[in-house]
Design a protein around this ligand. Structure first.
Ligand code: NDP
Length: 498
């Protein structure tokens, strides 16, 4: 009899690997019952008189009421931004601007646990992601652009970089604080002022950020935050005194914004949807690739514009990859976003859940094979089991449309040419992944893939120094790196070239 068998007789070895709950305490977050709009350095009641509830997608509990900005409110926010621009911010010394950005970055670090809990509470994403990804990256963006604020002439040699004016910024619900940081940090570093509209379903971290601005003693009006639904975003876009619009969200709304701004002379950058190919060659390290596939599509419940939602596997390794992937899926823990062991949290909203369900139904109806691991979902809230579709044709909706949920469509290829052709067979062009042991193949694939970002032997890695953005229907303009400063600067050529 082996040792193990003897031990099983006396004290049974655990039969499963269930984790005990490890919830993060939520008392670090203090919620107000009601929030106004952040205009001119103060939280003010909306002139519209309207408020709407914001909920936790994991429990459907109402967390607070938030103001709905109407046309008059948006106008006041733009006026506050214009006054702050004209009366100080645009003329302040660049080193002084940098000081504020450094302060904001440090305060975000100091209050990171509070922000991480709030982000998971309001957005449904696992605490380990908000704690280890969203918060460190948000602070890193402010640090990075703080560094450039007084070095713009070195960043753009032979140019005379000058600020643009008032920036209107509209952000989505998948990375609320991180998208705020991507937008606000370069705008302020370039000497602009801001009116930001967070997504309707996730306004709370932007409102907490208003408190960071107060702590950092940022002059009133330099950043204004108008909460509300798409109507508030539309008002901001068409406001005549806004000089630049930066939008992240759906391709449909991005196109509407572009139409609205055509001929106005306003600057525009659009970061829209994606349907990225994650390409696995037969010489790739398979276990690492499977981790990359999982990170590519199940990270943040698949609510990621650059998610690796189309898996392209070389035919010769199709079976082992799918077997390993299915086995790995059985170990993903879906549930309470505030539990530190959770891998996949709640779907951000009921509407988003319905959209995912509709596309998954279409996949089954069109003839793809569905796999979902055994999984017990919480009774309240909005949830979706991590899903893999095999036997997918390129024409299926699940291979063409952005699902924006934890749903992977698997296709196969035989040659690199076929992989490139299939990967590029999409109206989008935001990102792609390549898994192979050959550096030459990585370089050759990267130069042929129509994608703004190509990851090699990794996926969903972000860094403030690295520009991010798309081609085709994924939008235009870049965020991050020096490229991310350009939309916020007038880059006139200087007369003297040295
Ligand atoms: P939207 O594009 O509608 O939302 C993005 C932001 O734009 C939100 O702040 C939204 O406000 C605002 N907005 C909505 N309508 C207008 C308008 N007419 N003018 C100006 N601003 C507007 O995305 P959804 O939240 O509706 O998501 C729909 C789909 O879009 C998702 O299923 C996903 O496929 C894709 N998406 C892509 C994202 C990306 O990062 N590329 C991010 C989010 C979604 P409000 O939240 O109040 O509607």
């Amino acid at each position: 009899m082996t040792d193990l068998e003897r031990r099983q007789d006396r004290a049974p070895v655990p039969s499963g690997w269930d984790y005990a709950p490890a919830p993060e305490a939520r008392d670090i977050v203090t919620l107000e019952e009601r929030y106004g709009l952040y205009i001119g350095g103060e939280l003010v009641e909306p002139k519209s008189g309207e408020y709407f509830p914001t909920v936790s997608p994991a429990s459907e509990e109402v967390l607070a009421e938030v103001g709905q900005a109407g046309p008059e409110d948006v106008d006041l926010a733009v006026q506050a931004a214009r006054d702050a621009y004209d009366n100080g911010w645009s003329a302040i010394s660049p080193a002084e601007r940098a000081k504020y950005l450094f302060r904001i970055a440090r305060i975000l670090q100091e209050r990171s646990r509070e922000f991480a809990v709030l982000e998971s509470l309001n957005g449904g994403k696992p605490i380990k992601e908000s704690r280890d990804v969203d918060l460190p990256l948000a602070a890193a963006h402010f640090f990075y652009y703080a560094g450039w604020a007084d070095k713009l002439e070195y960043a753009f040699p032979h140019r005379r970089p000058r600020s643009v004016g008032v920036a209107g910024q509209i952000i989505p619900w998948n990375f609320p604080l991180l998208m705020l940081a991507w937008k606000i940090a370069p705008a302020l570093a370039g000497g602009n002022t801001v009116v930001l509209k967070p997504a309707e379903s996730t306004p709370l971290s932007a409102l907490l950020f208003a408190d960071v601005l107060r702590q950092a003693e940022l002059p009133p009006g330099v950043v204004n935050i108008v909460t509300g639904d798409g109507r508030a975003g539309a008002e901001l876009v068409k406001h005549p005194d806004v000089d630049k619009i930066a939008f992240t969200g759906s391709t449909e709304v991005g196109k509407a914004i572009q139409r609205e701004l055509a001929g106005t002379g306003k600057r525009l950058t659009l970061e829209l949807g994606g349907k990225a190919a994650n390409i696995i060659f037969d010489d790739a390290a398979l276990d690492q690739a499977v981790e990359g596939i999982v990170n590519g599509i199940y990270f943040n419940q698949g609510h990621v514009c650059c998610a690796g939602s189309r898996l392209l596997v070389q035919e010769s390794i199709y079976e082992p990859v799918i077997e390993k992937l299915k086995r790995r899926l059985t170990t993903l823990r879906v549930g309470d976003p505030l539990d530190k062991n959770t891998d996949v949290g709640a779907i951000n909203s009921k509407q988003q859940l319905e959209k995912i369900e509709e596309l998954v139904r279409s996949g089954e109806e069109e003839g793809a094979d569905i796999y979902q691991p055994p999984c017990r979902l919480p009774e309240k809230g909005w949830w979706f089991v991590p899903t893999v579709f095999t036997n997918v044709a390129q024409s299926y909706r699940i291979a063409q449309e952005e699902i924006f949920g934890p749903v992977l469509s698997v296709l196969t290829f035989r040659t690199p040419d076929e992989a490139v052709e299939k990967a590029n067979n999409t109206p989008y062009g935001l990102s792609a992944g390549v898994w192979t042991e050959k550096g030459s193949r990585i370089l050759s694939m990267a130069s042929r893939l129509e994608a703004g970002v190509v990851w090699a032997n990794t996926y969903n890695r972000f860094d403030p120094t690295s520009p991010f953005g798309g081609y085709k229907e994924s939008g235009f303009g870049r965020e991050g790196g020096l490229h991310g400063l350009e939309p916020y600067l007038d880059l006139e050529e200087s007369e003297v070239r040295g």
